[in-house]
Ligand binder design. Structure first.
Ligand SMILES: Cc1cc2nc3c(=O)[nH]c(=O)nc-3n(C[C@H](O)[C@H](O)[C@H](O)COP(=O)(O)OP(=O)(O)OC[C@H]3O[C@@H](n4cnc5c(N)ncnc54)[C@H](O)[C@@H]3O)c2cc1C
Length: 370
């Protein structure tokens, strides 16, 4: 029989595991509940029968420039250095993504960096302010229309925050991040190590109506905020990817890098093809036979366990604000993480946010999620 905890953490993903670890390290009594039969949430991975590690929810590249976050994750996993490179399959050519200046000059004409100052009204306007129209039409518009299932004009301009044109042709996805890598033994093992010594109840779905004994101090809820409130104001929209895996026993490597984007409608409904062997340490990959490819096709999930990307438009942001107001009126529950805050967080951002929340809670801050 478990004693009444001081803190209840709902969800054993990176957010929940980080909060639970930091509270446990500070000598607090913590209980973690997880609705699934396994830990690690969206970063869960497993090893294919051929020995190649596959990330269940798409490829996860870890990068951070924060010494605090980097030293935290290195407590729980040995990282092998990995800097992601992505190609787009366009016109029979593997083109580096983000695009380099030389590609634009070769295929379109002289490249001029966009003027600053204009506030775009939507995704299409924001993208066209960053890149020439032929680039937008080929690489960005169809990719995003497949990804989100709606016309690009209806998406939020904020979605363009992650785009840039590489003036120096640097083909690394995140060249500015100081630390980049992938855990040698995978993310699930890393989260397992984060949760060591902390009781975790799997297959345990917490709802607002659950008869769980209230923790003495606080509940951290990292599940979907709209689900917590029984969808009383309507459902927040998400997109996810359906993944079809293919093992090719006689192929050493099929594509030039871990991720190849398939942006064009005529290539099919899928938007990218992942080859997992590229993500593995070279010494481990060299010993394996064959390769595993995964095609990712976007869809709109109903099941909260499949939620991946929050939908980037104004209607969903407005709906989220209504849930946030409800959340503010609930005492003893703090909503956090990518599902609790309906927000895309990279792994390092999710961990950094969880560190900051746990630190404030331990310091007795009355508003730790601010
Ligand atoms: C397709 C995709 C690719 C990504 N690639 C990268 C990348 O390359 N690099 C990067 O830095 N980041 C990447 N990310 C982001 C990364 O996945 C997130 O930062 C991270 O998963 C956030 O962790 P979390 O704990 O907040 O959420 P989650 O991992 O979703 O954890 C929430 C947990 O709570 C559980 N739960 C939910 N509701 C309940 C309930 N009612 N009761 C009990 N348990 C519940 C869930 O089962 C889950 O285990 C990617 C995200 C996506 C969608």
């Amino acid at each position: 029989m478990l004693s009444q905890p001081e803190y209840l953490v709902v969800g054993a993903g990176l957010t929940g595991a980080t909060i639970a670890r930091l509270l446990h390290d500070a000598g607090r009594n913590v209980l973690v509940l997880e609705r699934r039969a396994r830990i690690a949430g969206n970063v869960h991975d497993s090893v294919h029968a051929c020995g190649i590690r596959v990330h269940e929810h798409g490829p996860h590249y870890f990068r951070t420039s924060s010494p605090r976050i980097w030293s935290f994750v290195n407590r729980f996993a040995e990282f092998h250095p990995f800097e992601a490179r992505i190609k787009s399959d366009v016109d029979g050519e593997y083109v580096s993504w983000p695009l380099g200046r030389s590609y634009i000059e070769r295929h379109i004409g002289p490249y001029a960096p966009p003027p600053r100052g204009h506030t775009p009204a939507n995704f299409e306007e924001a993208a066209l302010a960053l890149m020439p129209a032929p680039v937008y039409d080929k690489f960005v518009k169809p990719y995003n229309e497949k990804q989100w299932g709606v016309p690009a004009k209806t998406l939020s301009a904020d979605l363009c925050r992650r785009f840039d044109v590489r003036e120096d042709d640097d083909d690394r996805l995140t060249p500015k991040a100081l630390h980049q890598g992938v855990p040698r033994q995978g993310y699930t093992a890393m989260v397992q190590a984060m949760l060591e010594g902390i009781p975790v109840l799997l297959n345990t779905h917490f709802t607002a109506a659950s008869s769980w004994p209230r923790p003495r101090r606080l509940t951290f809820f990292t599940g979907p905020i709209d689900e917590y409130f029984g969808y009383c104001d309507g459902r927040l929209a998400y997109r996810a990817q359906r993944r079809v895996h293919d093992y090719l026993p006689d192929v050493r490597l099929q594509q030039p890098c871990v991720q190849v984007n398939n942006p064009l409608h005529e290539q099919g409904a899928h938007i990218r093809t992942i080859e997992w062997k590229h993500l593995m340490p070279a010494d481990l990959a060299a010993r394996l036979t064959g390769t595993v490819l995964t095609m990712e096709t976007p869809f709109t999930p109903d099941d909260p366990r499949e939620y991946e990307y929050p939908f980037p438009n104004a209607a969903n942001q407005a709906l989220y604000r209504r849930y946030r107001e409800r959340a503010a009126a609930v005492t003893g529950v703090l909503f956090c993480g990518r599902l609790g805050e309906y927000r895309y967080y990279d792994m390092d951002q999710a961990i950094g946010r969880a560190q900051s929340i746990a630190t404030r809670v331990l310091a007795g801050d009355e508003d730790p999620a601010r």
